[in-house]
Structure formats: structure tokens, C-alpha cells
Design a protein around this ligand. Structure first.
Ligand SMILES: C[S@@+](CC[C@H](N)C(=O)[O-])C[C@H]1O[C@@H](n2cnc3c(N)ncnc32)[C@H](O)[C@@H]1O
Length: 255
């Protein structure tokens, strides 16, 4: 089980070195005319992360970081709350929210212990937020709790295959570096990530009352040549990500 030490560790990480780097790229995301998702900027027209009919719905972004996903939801007419554990990430999100004049609530807190009442939302989303940085055994039951019956959860996270091939430093190669068992909690040098293998994730989602509607595995575009930074220390070549999925999009709904 992830401990509060993992939450504190990741908060320090995101309040420290990562906040500066992330703050710089936030503006480009806020300015984007169409939402794009993940490492390979998969367009919303292909990813479909934002459901039709979101206008007027109550939405929460879990691990909202610099808040651009929340901004896209707000522009689509949703009533949005973004929650993040790191104050500096939220400071960037608040500055951009005020600059863009959007109606968007931003709250500091742990996605594994949400400060919201049962059934408070119709839609929950996470793009490399809680979906990567919070223990799924904590945040997925919490997402289920705060969603109303029929509520939808959509999240983008690294694929388990990518998590098994990702080096501590340097370029990702087609080589399995760690077993699938133990993948759930990946304690790196400065932060802790989480990646539940597919079978366990399906069991957890179903156990929380979710019906699985879609799993999309985006790959790098054919004409993409540049590698992507995955973390501060690691990259993945576009050629790798054309042959295997680096990331995946899950769409589930409370039954
Ligand atoms: C990659 S960033 C956010 C993704 C967002 N789409 C963005 O790029 O701004 C990951 C975020 O997860 C947040 N985070 C980490 N652990 C968390 C937790 N337990 N609860 C809520 N947020 C958390 C971090 O503070 C960080 O802002």
C-alpha cells in the first residue's frame, strides 16, 4: 500500500524541481485551440477524453497540475474543480486561470483522500495526474465514491509495458528492465509512480462498480521523429512509441 510518505515525497517533488519545468510548458497547453493528450499530443478528435454533453456537468480533475485540462473542461461548459497536492503547481494554474478569466475552482489536496462528498460529480478525469502519481488502490475507490451513479471516469496513464521498459536515466530501449509483479509502486530516486497491470486494474475498476467502456492505446504519429521526455531523466524515441504503446486511455462508467 502506498503510504502518506509517498504522498509527501511526490508533493515535495512537484513543489520543487518539476514545478519550474512544468510551469514553462503550461502556457502552451492553456493556449491550445484543440485539446491534445499525452506524450504524442493525440488530438481530442481521436482520444475523445471529453464526453459529449459535458456542458453543465460537475467535473473534477484529479492531480490537475497546471490546470489546462480543467480549463478545457470549463471552456466546454462544465462546472470544474481541479485538485492537486502541490501548492506550486496550483499557483501556476491559478495565475493562468485569472489571466484567462475562467470560472474554475482549484483545491489543494490528495486524490487518495478527496475532500468532496459522495456523488458530488458527474465526471472525473486525470491525465498523468493521480493516474500516475497516486496509488490506484487509493484514488480509484475515491473517484468512484465522489461520482454520482452513471458518472464517468476517464484517465490517461503510461502503459504497463512502457513502465517495464523505462530506464532510471536515458533513452528507453526495447528491453524489459523490471518484472510486471511489483509494478504497482515504482519508487524512483526522487519520487514514486504507480502502474497497476491490466488484470489487476480491471479487477479494481470492476470492484469499485465501474463498467469498462473503452481502452485506447495511442502511438506516436508516423511523421514524428523527435523523442519525448517522459521524466526529467528519461526519454522515449518516437520509433519505440510507434511499435509499442507508451500510454493508454481508459474510459469507464459507474454502473
Ligand atoms: C504531470 S502533472 C499533472 C498533469 C497535468 N495534466 C499537467 O500536466 O499539468 C502531475 C501532477 O500530479 C500531482 N499529484 C501527485 N500526487 C498527487 C496526489 N496524491 N493527489 C493529487 N495530486 C497529485 C502533482 O502535484 C502534479 O501536479
Amino acid at each position: 500500500m502506498a503510504t502518506s510518505a509517498d504522498v509527501a515525497r511526490n508533493r515535495r517533488y512537484w513543489d520543487g524541481e518539476r514545478a519550474d519545468a512544468h510551469g514553462e510548458v503550461a502556457r502552451a497547453h492553456w493556449e491550445a485551440a484543440e485539446p491534445t493528450w499525452g506524450l504524442w499530443a493525440t488530438p481530442e478528435s481521436r482520444a475523445g477524453m471529453i464526453p459529449a454533453g459535458i456542458a453543465g456537468q460537475r467535473a473534477v480533475e484529479l492531480g490537475c497540475g497546471t490546470g489546462y485540462v480543467s480549463a478545457w473542461l470549463a471552456r466546454a461548459g462544465a462546472r470544474v474543480v481541479g485538485i492537486d497536492v502541490a501548492g506550486r503547481q496550483l499557483a501556476t494554474a491559478r495565475a493562468l486561470r485569472d489571466e484567462y478569466g475562467l470560472d474554475l475552482a482549484l483545491v489543494q489536496g490528495d486524490a487518495g483522500r478527496l475532500p468532496f462528498r459522495d456523488g458530488a460529480f458527474d465526471f472525473a478525469i486525470s491525465e498523468y495526474g493521480a493516474s500516475l502519481w497516486c496509488d490506484p488502490l487509493r484514488w480509484i475507490p475515491e473517484a468512484a465514491r465522489v461520482l454520482a451513479p452513471g458518472g464517468r471516469l476517464v484517465f490517461l496513464r503510461p502503459s504497463p509495458l512502457f513502465a517495464m521498459c523505462l530506464p532510471e536515466r536515458g533513452e528507453t530501449a526495447p528491453a524489459l528492465l523490471r518484472p510486471q509483479s511489483g509494478l504497482r509502486r515504482l519508487a524512483w530516486e526522487r519520487a514514486t509512480e504507480f502502474n497497476l497491470p491490466h488484470g489487476e486494474l480491471i479487477g479494481l475498476l470492476r470492484g469499485c462498480g465501474f463498467v469498462i467502456e473503452e481502452l485506447i492505446e495511442p502511438v506516436a504519429p508516423q511523421d514524428e521523429e523527435d523523442p519525448r521526455w517522459f521524466s526529467a531523466d528519461t526519454t522515449v524515441p518516437a520509433g519505440w512509441a510507434r511499435r509499442w504503446p507508451t500510454e493508454e486511455i481508459w474510459k469507464v462508467r459507474l454502473g
